[in-house]
Ligand binder design. Structure first.
Ligand SMILES: [Zn+2]
Length: 237
């Protein structure tokens, strides 16, 4: 184990979050999930450069907001760790961040179409999703958030939203807990799929702001039921 100084129970939950996001089709070989350190301010926990479905306890490292490792390690880091670092710096309310290239949100990012809550599970989208275009921030790039400066631009685009769609790339979802961020990443992907299907059928009636808020509040009390089911599916870590 790396000497992150974090509660072992938090490390276990972060490993589980990695496995769950893979099992639920949100991440594949790429993508990542992080959580704030439980006792060190300005520090967050994130796996080393490993496919999420393969992450084990030994892979979890601690980072500061500049994207530097705080614990001693010889492991490589994710190129896009700056996504997490700059969102934690900008959003004190955020406890966990998921970044993925889940496929159904890509068309929404490419067309700058709003992701809106088509059903109660995505009530958290009622406060709106944001869009980020890396070309506007930095011209032509490889599309990756590979520096603090790019991470800062992304965090600015996220604003107070729960989700930011990234043109030509993917999306980033935040939550006030690890479980909530995972829940939102899973249902942002599902909502995108359903929203695109519904648009083919006709005019879509979305949840209004109040419905979305009420649904989101109720869901927040039910997340652990889903989490425990997802946990059972991935088996021992
Ligand atoms: Zn990415």
């Amino acid at each position: 184990m790396h000497n992150t100084g974090a509660n072992p129970e938090l490390i276990d939950r972060l490993v589980l979050a990695n496995r769950i996001l893979y099992d639920q089709g949100v991440v594949d070989g790429l993508g990542h999930v992080s959580v704030r350190h439980d006792s060190q301010p300005g520090v967050f926990l994130l796996s080393c450069n490993r496919a999420p479905g393969m992450v084990v306890r030994d892979d979890i490292l601690s980072y500061d907001y500049d994207g530097n490792t705080v614990c001693e390690t010889s492991e490589r880091s994710y190129l896009e760790r700056f996504i997490h670092a700059e969102i934690y710096r900008a959003r004190p309310d955020v406890m966990s961040v998921v970044h993925s290239h889940s496929p159904s949100v890509i068309p929404f990012a490419a067309t700058r179409t709003a992701l809106r809550p088509i059903y109660h599970m995505a009530g958290f989208l009622g406060c709106g999703c944001s869009h980020f275009d890396i070309r506007l921030a930095a011209g032509n790039t490889d599309m990756l958030i590979s520096s603090s400066q790019l991470g800062k631009s992304l965090a600015e685009s996220l604003g107070n939203s729960a989700v930011v769609l990234m043109r030509g790339h993917g999306s980033t979802t935040v939550g006030t807990s690890l479980e909530q961020a995972v829940f939102r990443a899973i249902y942002a992907e599902t909502n995108a799929k359903l929203q695109a299907q519904a648009k083919n059928l006709g005019e879509v009636e979305y949840l209004n702001d109040e419905e979305a808020k009420l649904a989101s509040d109720t869901n927040d009390g039910q997340i652990l039921r889903s989490w425990n089911f997802w946990k059972m599916r991935v088996g021992p870590i």
